[in-house]
Ligand binder design. Structure first.
Ligand SMILES: CC(=O)SCCNC(=O)CCNC(=O)[C@H](O)C(C)(C)COP(=O)(O)OP(=O)(O)OC[C@H]1O[C@@H](n2cnc3c(N)ncnc32)[C@H](O)[C@@H]1OP(=O)(O)O
Ligand SMILES: O=C(O)CCC(=O)C(=O)O
Length: 417
């Protein structure tokens, strides 16, 4: 059921464009248990391209010939988006990236002492030397080079700043700042990234994980600090709790920051389903933007408001993402919702029947734990009409509607108690 009274504000079109590097095919596929076939990777890459994603991080050539081959096919087949290969700071990974035919390589260097010392048994001097060597090698091979600072959120900002400054001189076109285990928070992050940008201006990309549910908030904070690229995945697929979801970030940029967006929001929901099928990970019904149920309204106060102006309980028009608003009947419905549904479904009932019907709707929804169908509503309305027409004295107790003693009684209609 869709109201034809959208009154959602639209955004101005003058601010700078934020670019999306989608890593569904790299970090998304790193989700434990997720493994895309070549066909699935190609289909997802084409769908990402059709959605308007600016760059697709298509995989990790160092994984071997199978990955190299599918990346080669993605490079050949994707018409618009750039394709980038994820590499360690390792010359062998750069060789593999070259063999995959990508025009761009993203080289990652661990930035925190935790990662350098404990994971790799190395130090900052090693990281500096290794990053410099690999950047120079990749630039020499004709690749467009971006560099990622893994675990930057737990690294010394002065180290990241110095290293970025040095690497920029070597021809790095963009840096990725990774909140690898999702420990950043938007306010602190904003201040840190502002200082970083002041010291090393140019393109920076935020890569946020969702371990504390802050990936989208941190991504938005980074853009507010001046980052020009965002690293996202479809529906937030990714390591552990996942990455910043592309669709959430996109809609937040448009509606909360009021920035222009050149992605196609109508592509988000089909894309989420494509990725969910390939990943064998269903999209949760309540997942922001792409969940099946996120444009449903049941609560009486909400439906009453939405029927007058959808913007009362919707931050944007569902049509913008190719979805439809649904007004459903359930335990929290009120009279406005029931009247609306009856009018829609051609069910006649006098106003005096509304409250008892609402009561029965509550009981039915509680018993069945799902919204009512049109037929079920019709049946309840008929039952109320029958009760109304049957003199109270001749009505057997057993014929009273199940559970109706728990139904609210407002004004007339108290004979249901
Ligand atoms: C935060 C992130 O998401 S980082 C991306 C993580 N993604 C993945 O790991 C998925 C794909 N990975 C793989 O297929 C494999 O791990 C490969 C092909 C990259 C490497 O495989 P292996 O050679 O068997 O190494 P293994 O996985 O056991 O260990 C990782 C190696 O990478 C090295 N390494 C890790 N990160 C980096 C880095 N950023 N730069 C350079 N070397 C690195 C480690 O020191 C270790 O090398 P070592 O074997 O010489 O000690
Ligand atoms: O690409 C990078 O540099 C970051 C790697 C990553 O996925 C992460 O740190 O979470």
């Amino acid at each position: 059921m869709t109201s034809d009274r959208p009154s959602h504000p639209r955004e101005p079109q003058s601010a700078p464009l934020v670019r999306f590097c989608d890593t569904t095919l790299r970090d998304g596929e790193q989700t434990p248990g997720v493994a895309f076939t070549a066909q699935e990777k190609i289909a997802i890459a084409l769908a990402l391209d059709a959605a308007g994603v600016h760059q697709i991080e298509a995989g990790i050539p160092a994984m071997g010939p199978g990955e190299v081959e599918v990346m080669r096919r993605i490079v050949d087949m994707v018409p618009r988006a750039g394709v980038v290969a994820w590499c360690r700071a390792d010359r062998r990974d750069i060789d593999a990236a070259v063999s995959s035919g990508v025009p761009a390589a993203h080289l990652t260097i661990p930035a925190s002492d935790l990662h350098l010392h404990t994971k790799l048994g190395k130090d900052r001097a090693w990281a500096r030397a290794r990053a410099r060597d690999c950047v120079a090698a990749a630039v020499d091979r004709g690749l467009r080079v971006s560099v990622g600072f893994e675990d930057a959120s737990r690294a010394d900002d002065a180290f990241v700043t110095d290293l970025a400054g040095e690497l920029r001189e070597l021809g790095v076109i963009r840096f990725r700042w990774a909140d690898t285990v999702g420990v950043a928070n938007p306010i602190d992050l904003h201040a840190r990234l502002r200082a970083l940008l002041d010291a090393v201006p140019g393109d920076w990309e935020i890569h946020a994980h969702d371990d504390f549910g802050l990936a989208t908030a941190n991504t938005i904070a980074a853009v507010q600090a001046g980052f020009t690229w965002v690293s996202t995945t479809v529906a937030g697929l990714g390591e552990r709790a996942g990455n910043a979801p592309m669709e959430e970030v996109a809609m937040a940029l448009r509606h909360l920051l009021r920035l222009p967006l050149d992605l196609d929001p109508a592509a988000f929901r089909p894309l989420a389903r494509l990725v969910a099928d390939a990943a064998r990970r269903p999209v949760p019904a309540g997942k922001a933007v792409v969940g099946e149920a996120v444009f449903d309204h049941e609560s009486g106060i909400h439906v009453h408001g939405v029927l007058r102006a959808p913007a009362t309980y919707e931050p944007f028009d569902p049509a913008e993402v190719g979805a439809s608003r649904r007004l459903v009947l359930g335990k929290h419905s009120g009279r406005a919702a029931v009247r609306h549904a009856m009018d829609r479904d051609g069910i006649d009932a006098p106003d005096e029947d509304l409250e008892p019907i609402v009561g029965l709707v509550r009981d039915h929804a509680t018993a069945h734990k799902q919204p009512l169908s049109s037929e079920e509503l019709r049946t309840l309305a008929r039952r109320v009409a029958t009760q109304r027409l049957t003199p109270a004295g001749s009505r057997p107790a057993a014929s009273r509607p199940a559970g109706s003693a728990s139904s609210p009684v407002r004004g007339p209609g108290g004979n249901w108690r």
